[in-house]
Design a binder for this molecule. Structure first.
Ligand code: UGA
Length: 450
């Protein structure tokens, strides 16, 4: 099928590249000309493992191209995936102005029938507004528009594998024609008929994804309800961790046993600095906003958000209980990205933590394997180290803020000997308390006995 993808951020670029990988002819576009220039010259503007294989291959085989003018791409696709940003507004609601803008553009530029697919995360009932906008702005053209909602469940860092081997594909449609078109788009993924470019445990013989056809409103709700539930689960684990800390229990042991119950499941129960990124915090807020506007008291989600914000306070209190005064102290920070395997620092707990420590007068030296370039632009006060060892040198404490697996394998004896004080505050429970103690560190983590 011929497909246009509007917006080449984390979602749009992965969607466009993977749709091309499974055999479609895809044109991607963005109103950020610099992004398109990088893509056209063979670069990849974001760090997302797997894209470095998929994009060059699809371009070489002539199935993937980039256009600088979004309007030009409208004619290129029978289906148009909208992957533009829906950032948070000051009141917590989602800013849908980019969707409105794209709807107007599609409506005025389209010369043939289009299936317009909402991929961006949007609150329920956006599909209705999108359809209305297409009808109003396109009233002179007589072109037929169909709307579908196809929420993404891509995790940054594993997004290519998540697209090609999903657990489920949700499509919200209004009629059978749209359903059939969506099925045609995803058939290679449903039937697992493509040469997988990334080696994933689910490839090539893993289970086929569940194909779920719903109303558009349900599809939109599924996305917000899923991300909010994940956020709720993390905040719940963080509260249990705080309690475990007071009672002398070990959160690792507690969640391990809890997770063995299939009704609970073991993922998203890791305690520490809490959740960040451009999805969970904003989707949680937007869901609360939607519930309030709909007259539903969903205050348990507000509580999850409040708990998450307090994780930074909790971390700083822990640090202060060890070093007393923060002002004038040199602190090393390991990890800046909101989670490992990404360079994304949007709403990263690590960044909030660094801001807070700088405002309290600490001098910060930090290291992250991928996220330092992005951090430099927003935190010029930070000294960026070449590696973890340089970060720790002469520091009064080393703070672990992102659980990059490679941090586990560091030469901790070398680190201990280079620090002004061998103190570690592990905001991601990455290391073993017993091992760190044996190595001669003062070590504090979350929900585990000191
Ligand atoms: C999240 C969802 O997991 C995806 O399913 C969804 O498609 C995506 O948002 C989206 O809406 O686009 P992502 O933002 O990539 O994906 O990140 P997650 O892996 O969900 O992690 C979010 C945050 O929670 C990170 O800061 C992570 O460190 C934190 N986290 C995660 C915890 O603090 N504890 C956990 O147990 C798990």
């Amino acid at each position: 099928m011929k497909i246009s993808v509007i917006g080449t951020g984390y979602v749009g670029l992965v969607t466009g590249a993977c749709l091309a990988e499974i055999g479609h002819e895809v044109v991607c576009t963005d109103n950020d000309a610099e992004k398109i220039r990088i893509l056209e010259s063979g670069g990849i503007p974001i760090y997302e493992p797997g894209l470095e294989k998929v994009i060059p291959k699809a371009r070489k085989e002539g199935r993937l191209s980039f256009r600088a003018k979004p309007a030009d791409s409208v004619g290129a696709g029978d289906a148009i995936f909208i992957c533009v940003g829906t950032p948070p507004l000051p009141d917590g609601g989602a800013d849908l102005s980019a969707i409105d803008h794209v709807a107007r553009m599609i409506a005025t530029e389209a010369k043939s029938p289009k299936l317009v697919v909402e991929k961006s995360t949007v609150p329920a009932r956006t599909g209705e507004e999108l359809k209305r906008a297409l009808t109003v702005y396109g009233r002179n053209s007589q072109v037929k528009f169909r709307v579908a909602s196809n929420p993404e469940f891509l995790r940054e860092g594993t997004a290519v594998g998540d697209f090609l081997h999903p657990d489920r594909i949700v499509v919200g449609v209004e009629d059978e024609i749209a359903e059939r078109q969506m099925e045609e788009i995803y058939r290679p993924v449903i039937e697992k008929k493509f040469d997988c470019p990334v080696h994933d445990s689910k490839c090539p013989n893993g289970p086929s994804p569940t194909w779920l056809v719903t109303t558009i409103n349900s599809a939109e709700l599924i996305k917000h309800a899923s991300n909010s539930f994940l956020a709720l689960k993390i905040s719940y684990a963080n509260m249990v961790a705080d309690l475990a800390e007071k009672l002398g229990a070990d959160i690792g042991e507690v969640v391990r046993a809890m997770g063995l119950d299939p009704r609970i499941g073991s993922s998203f129960l890791s305690a520490g600095l809490g959740f960040g990124g451009f999805c969970l915090p904003k989707d949680l807020q937007a869901f609360v906003h939607l519930a309030e506007r709909s007259g539903v008291d969903f205050s348990m989600l507000k509580e999850a958000e409040k708990i998450n914000k307090k994780r930074i306070d909790h971390f700083v209190e822990k640090l202060k209980s060890m070093i007393w005064v923060v002002r004038g102290k040199r602190l090393g920070v390991l990890g800046l990205a909101f989670k490992p395997n990404t360079d994304d620092i949007r709403f990263a707990p690590a960044i909030d933590l660094v801001h807070r420590l700088i405002s309290e007068g600490a001098s910060i030296r930090a290291f992250d394997p991928e996220a330092m370039e992005k951090t430099k632009t927003i935190l010029p006060q930070v000294e960026f180290a070449k590696n973890a060892y340089e970060t720790a040198k002469d520091a009064e404490a080393l703070l672990i803020a992102t659980e990059w697996p490679e941090f586990r394998k560091l030469d901790w004896e070398k680190i201990r000997d280079s620090m002004a004080r061998p103190l570690i505050i592990d905001g991601r429970n990455l290391l073993s308390p017993a091992e760190m103690k044996n190595l001669g560190f003062e070590y504090r983590s979350f929900g585990r006995p000191d």
